[in-house]
Ligand binder design. Structure first.
Ligand SMILES: Nc1ncnc2c1ncn2[C@@H]1O[C@H](COP(=O)(O)OP(=O)(O)OP(=O)(O)O)[C@@H](O)[C@H]1O
Ligand SMILES: [Mg+2]
Length: 253
């Protein structure tokens, strides 16, 4: 049974006077991968960032409309954005480990969010997160090496492990494979497939193949609008909108 995790209704996002997202409404379901696709500049990252209030960190960004996480208003005054971002984690295009050890990259979140009581708990969370991110075997003997000393693909899995460590409900990924080679990309795609059973995952990608491989739902954005949203197989094989069809067949991008 699928449950809706995030509901967005009539969301607009502005940067100063410029509108980047126009009246977007979407339901994002739990236990599956939702892909956001569309040409560069159409607002995919902007909309993704509005889901966990990362746009708050951009001085002239303004979000209107309604976004709810399990029914809770994400933009309510009572919502703590730091706690929200633990519940709705984010993985960026360029792996961005902290300039700390592999261990500390993972341990930081659980510690500041008070999720662990002692060193034994902390060790366990670090190991479990690295196991889930498919990185444990590669790093278990070098946990105190710098996170930045890992390869790009390993760093991206470290960032995924870091997001997982605080037991999020949703993981937002903005082009997580675009800096990776095909082997590291395949590894992350496998990982996304495994993780979807426990989290709602949203991935922005410019690769139609990747969207088709990893997602169950696809949302096509164009000029700030959500043009089409449906089952990935439907969107790719029988798009309802001409613009979607043009985009997925490579007529513009
Ligand atoms: N920090 C910002 N300040 C002002 N305008 C911005 C900012 N970030 C994005 N924009 C504008 O908002 C629009 C949407 O940008 P956004 O980055 O969300 O697109 P995108 O679909 O993620 O593109 P890409 O595929 O290239 O990553 C663009 O016109 C962009 O110039
Ligand atoms: Mg983007």
């Amino acid at each position: 049974m699928t449950e809706t995790k995030i509901t967005a209704r009539n969301v607009d996002v502005f940067y100063g006077q410029k509108q980047a997202i126009d009246n977007v409404s979407i339901d994002i379901d739990d236990g599956m991968v939702t892909a956001f696709i569309g040409p560069s500049g159409c607002g995919k990252s902007t909309f993704l960032r509005s889901l966990n209030r990362m746009n708050d960190t951009i001085a002239d960004a303004r979000v209107t409309g309604e976004i709810r996480l399990d029914g809770e208003d994400v933009y309510a005054a009572s919502m703590d954005p730091v706690a929200l971002r633990a519940r709705v984690g984010m993985v960026f295009q360029k792996p961005n480990p902290f300039p700390k050890s592999i261990f500390e990259n993972i341990a930081y979140g659980p510690r500041i969010h008070g999720l662990v009581q002692n060193k034994t708990d902390l060790d366990e969370v670090v190991e479990k997160s690295l196991v889930k991110a498919g990185l444990w075997e590669e790093v278990k003997d070098r946990l105190h090496d710098a996170g930045t000393a890992l390869s790009g693909g390993q760093q991206q899995r470290l960032c995924i492990a870091r997001a997982i460590a605080v037991s999020p409900e949703v993981i937002l990924m903005d082009e997580p494979c675009s800096a990776l080679d095909p082997i590291a990309t395949a590894r992350i795609e496998e990982l996304i497939d495994e993780l979807k059973d426990n989290f709602a995952i949203v991935i922005v990608t410019h690769s139609m193949q990747q969207a088709a491989r990893v997602s169950q739902r696809t949302a096509f954005f164009h000029l700030g609008n959500l043009v089409e949203y449906g089952e990935t197989s439907q969107v790719f094989t029988a798009p309802r909108n001409e613009k979607t069809k043009d985009y997925i067949t490579g007529r513009y991008g």
